[in-house]
Design a protein around this ligand. Structure first.
Ligand SMILES: [Zn+2]
Length: 131
């Protein structure tokens, strides 16, 4: 019988990535907030985005903002996927957006239900209004 309860997907590579993501979410310097609106200006166009990382000068201090009103983020699972996406950015800082977008569903699909719940648990229940 195992003494230590480990949340495993059964795939060592997935578990390795999950532990790195969990460390980022657990870290004191990671500040996660749920906001009502989030936009970005790209090529002069303003568009709504579902999440973003504001990188700190210190690589261990980063703010993750989740747009809780975005269609993708109405349900807890969507917010969890967004949080996973932003945590992948922190983990793989030099990897560009399209590749993070490729990795995010591949990893989410392979996580165990307990691993997904763990990530969803880190999404704040309430909105922060100051932004
Ligand atoms: Zn992204």
């Amino acid at each position: 019988m195992k003494r230590r309860r480990k949340i495993s997907s059964g795939d060592p590579l997935v578990d390795w990535l999950f532990v790195r993501i969990a460390q980022i979410l657990n870290r004191k310097g990671t500040n996660i907030t749920l906001v009502r609106s989030l936009t970005e200006t790209n090529c002069g166009r303003r568009r709504t985005i579902y999440g973003v990382v504001e990188y700190g000068e210190d690589p261990y201090k980063n703010d993750i903002l989740i747009n809780g009103t975005h269609a993708m983020n109405r349900r807890p699972e969507g917010r969890g996927i967004t949080l996973l996406h932003e945590a992948i950015h922190i983990l793989m800082r030099t990897v560009q957006e399209p590749r993070v977008l490729n990795l995010e569903p591949l990893l989410w699909e392979r996580l165990s239900p307990a691993q997904r719940r763990f990530i969803i648990f880190y999404v704040p229940r309430h909105f922060t209004d100051q932004r």
